[in-house]
Design a protein around this ligand. Structure first.
Ligand code: FAD
Length: 398
């Protein structure tokens, strides 16, 4: 069988479906191909099953990229408010969990259904279980050899995403094709991913598995103040996922266990107001008790000892204690990698892509959108906003 279409899109995920629907509404014949058995699998899994579909406070500063200006134009042309209007038009209930972070009130299925309905209304020909064997280009067209047969199209949009969670259909297809076309692919790395620990620290924290607390975590000039979760494998929760995108193998992380206090001042006041108690009783009031107990023993290991009574603590001792609690540093063993990462850092170098049309410079009929590009959002709905914005910018210029 041989097919023709104005536009072929590879990847029926967030960006691919959005691009297909937008192009279809513009009167283009659109063929959307995906090797997986179900479209938008990551949408279904996202936001703990409730899809954090956008962030009202999205700015270019929420994205990591070697070319930080690249995302500005698309983000400006399709805003979180635009996607929210679409969500409201489909009658989907949503909630703002943290400031700006919009989640489905029911399930992620609502967003998957929105995308499929839009694609259907726009006349998109969606073909799942389709593998792409070969892509070649002529002066102004694209030819594909696929499990459906040969396809000839006026434009090809690649929306195959990153490498995270291979069991959800992730492959390196987009990177391989980009390289085949002579584009540079910047080194990729798992982002928004839990940390693993070296055996000694893992054993020390093992009794705390399941426990969550608010911390500030810093690395390479970035700090996030959010909940941290101790798991049986290591450290997770929003604080750790966020900082993982700024961490390189071998880097130390620094945790402030009590970011809500100026500890030097607070401990000095404690010495004055509760002279007969030991600081550990106060610590156990501020943090989960089990965590306070483990922290006190970790501090002892570091040689941070305080006298039985607060009153007997010297200024130097209080300062050392405050410093240790605000700057508890350790080297993670690594991360859980692409198996559980929410995103892939790095990807196709955007210097070779138009920020207006997402076409490859000097190869206008081929375009790349979404996560396959070297643009990665922080945690909080930014990655979907990038998928929507890059898809719409690309489709409107087809
Ligand atoms: P994808 O959505 O990954 O779509 C790529 C598509 O391409 C897939 O359908 C895949 O099957 C297809 N494909 C891949 N290779 C091939 C091939 N060789 N041939 C044919 N088809 C192929 N972001 C948020 O903003 N909010 C969240 O709440 C959120 N939660 C997440 C939770 C999890 C567990 C994960 C893994 C990610 C989460 N993300 C979230 C990130 C977000 O899902 C991605 O950034 C976004 O889906 C990227 O969109 P995309 O269309 O570029 O790629």
């Amino acid at each position: 069988m041989s097919k023709t279409a104005d536009v072929v899109i590879i990847g029926a995920g967030a960006a691919g479906l959005m691009c297909a629907a937008t192009a279809g509404y513009q009167g283009k014949s659109v063929l959307l191909l995906d090797h997986s058995n179900k479209p938008a699998k990551k949408v279904l899994m996202s936001g703990g099953g409730r899809c954090n579909f956008t962030n009202l406070n999205t700015t270019p500063a929420n994205f990591l990229s070697a070319n930080p200006h690249f995302c500005i134009s698309a983000l400006k042309r399709y805003t979180p408010q635009d996607f929210l209007e679409l969500v409201e038009r489909h009658g989907i209930d949503y909630v703002e969990k943290a400031p700006g972070q919009l989640f489905c009130a029911n399930t992620s299925k609502d967003i998957q259904q929105l995308l499929l309905t839009e694609a259907d209304w726009a006349g998109v020909d969606l073909q799942m279980n389709t593998s792409i064997e070969k892509v070649s280009t002529t002066a102004d067209r694209v030819q594909l050899t696929t499990s459906l047969g040969k396809i000839d199209a006026g434009a090809l949009v690649v929306a195959t995403g990153g490498l995270s969670i291979p069991t959800l259909g992730a492959t390196g297809f987009g990177y391989d094709l980009a390289q085949q076309l002579g584009l540079e692919v910047l080194p990729t790395q798992a982002g928004l991913v839990p940390f693993t620990l070296h055996p000694e620290l893992k054993a020390q924290l093992a009794p705390l598995s399941g426990l969550s607390c608010d911390v500030s975590v810093s690395c390479n000039g970035q700090t996030f103040t959010e909940p941290m979760l101790i798991t049986h494998r290591g450290l997770s929760g929003p604080a750790m996922l966020q900082i993982s995108s700024y961490w390189q193998a071998g880097d130390e992380l620094s945790i402030n266990w009590l970011p809500q206090f100026n500890l030097k001042t607070t401990l000095a006041k404690l010495r004055q107001e509760q002279p007969r108690t030991h600081f550990s009783s106060w610590l156990a009031e501020q943090l989960p008790k089990r965590l306070a107990t483990v922290l006190v023993s970790l501090l002892k290991e570091q040689g941070i000892l305080l006298p039985e009574r607060n009153a007997d603590a010297s200024n130097n001792q209080l300062e050392a204690l405050a410093y240790a609690l605000e700057n508890w540093t350790f080297k993670p063993a690594g991360t859980e990698g692409y198996r559980t990462a929410e995103v892939t850092l790095g990807g196709i170098n955007t210097q070779q892509i138009s920020s207006q049309t997402f076409a490859v410079k000097n190869l206008e009929q081929v375009r790349f959108i979404g996560e396959v590009l070297d643009v990665t959002g922080q945690l909080g709905g930014y990655n979907f906003q990038w998928a929507w914005a890059s898809a719409v910018a690309c489709a409107r210029s087809l």
